[in-house]
Design a protein around this ligand. Structure first.
Ligand SMILES: [Mn+2]
Length: 297
């Protein structure tokens, strides 16, 4: 049997015109209401919604592609959040609080779907997006491939790797094991820095928690393995710090594709020998990016 080739597309965040242009550039043809290709399939990395001006238009493009077998997709943290925002827990409160910060983050989607029944149809469709895809040749997940976290939630997934309908409450309980696992898989692993060590992020916030470049080999220096975008106030204490051994991706593993990390380099390139991020910040003036996978290891 011939290997199925894939075009893997990064976070779209409500930018349908860019998606339209990219699909055409990749050779997809719009026929009978859906973009299709007779040889290749798309894999989306999730984060279809929030931020951009074309929330409905993006859903109208991607949903038929997935339903008719021209594309696959994993769930992004924005779809996970949207489900929790729309779901009540046993205490009658939404699983994701309707506070000012969350409302703001979700406002473009909420405004695009004012009709509650229609919105819930989309939310129910989000629940059909798997947490990860392993095609045999490649692995796809929104933020990080982490064996321990995948094992942690393995009993909460159905045969298609979708979260089972009633586990969203369990996955929303702060500091529970499933919550931490979902955080790692859909938002990426973070580490608390030693006392007194901080950095200032691009929004000017002083931060004491750093993202881990889990795709870097474990033998690299710890400082090289933190995703900061800024200098640390002091790094002498980092010598005492260790990272969980699960936070690396061995070079012998099959290729892994992720989104989520708001890359902003002018020329996209892989993060490592066998890992590529395809989120190039379309929602912050960047571009929508695809990787044409043609069987390479
Ligand atoms: Mn994301």
């Amino acid at each position: 049997m011939r290997t199925q080739f894939y075009d893997i597309i990064g976070d779209i965040h409500g930018h349908a015109d860019a998606l339209d242009a990219l699909l055409q550039k990749l050779g997809y043809v719009f026929r009978e209401g859906v973009y299709q290709h007779n040889q290749h399939k798309v894999i989306f990395l999730g984060d279809f919604i929030d931020r951009g001006p074309q929330q409905r238009e993006v859903i109208q493009l991607v949903k038929p592609m997935i339903e008719q077998g021209y594309a696959l997709s994993v769930m992004g943290n924005h779809e996970f959040n949207a489900i929790c925002y729309a779901t009540l827990g046993q205490d009658g409160k939404p699983l994701r609080a309707h506070d000012a910060k969350n409302n703001k983050q979700h406002e473009a989607f909420l405004a695009a779907y004012p009709d509650i029944d229609e919105r819930l149809q989309i939310i129910n469709w989000f629940k059909t997006l798997p947490v990860y895809i392993d095609t045999g040749g490649i692995r796809v997940i929104h933020a990080s491939w982490n064996e321990k976290a995948l094992h942690e939630i393995s009993t909460l997934l159905d045969v298609k790797q979708c979260l089972i309908g009633n586990v969203y409450e369990k996955c929303s309980e702060k500091d529970s094991a499933p919550y931490r696992a979902i955080e790692t898989l859909l938002k990426g692993p973070e580490v608390v820095l030693p006392d007194g060590v901080t950095f200032t992020d691009k929004d000017g916030h002083i931060r004491s928690v750093a993202r881990i470049k889990w795709w870097t080999p474990a033998h690299h220096e710890l400082k090289e393995r933190l995703h900061l975008g800024a200098e640390l106030t002091s790094d002498h204490k980092l010598a005492d710090m260790t990272l969980d051994s699960g936070h690396n991706y061995p070079q012998t593993n099959k290729p892994a594709f992720i989104g989520h990390y708001w890359m902003n380099e002018e020329i996209p390139k892989p993060l490592s020998h066998n890992c590529a991020c395809l989120d190039y910040s379309i929602a912050k003036g960047g571009k929508l990016v695809a990787y044409k996978w043609r069987g390479e290891k």
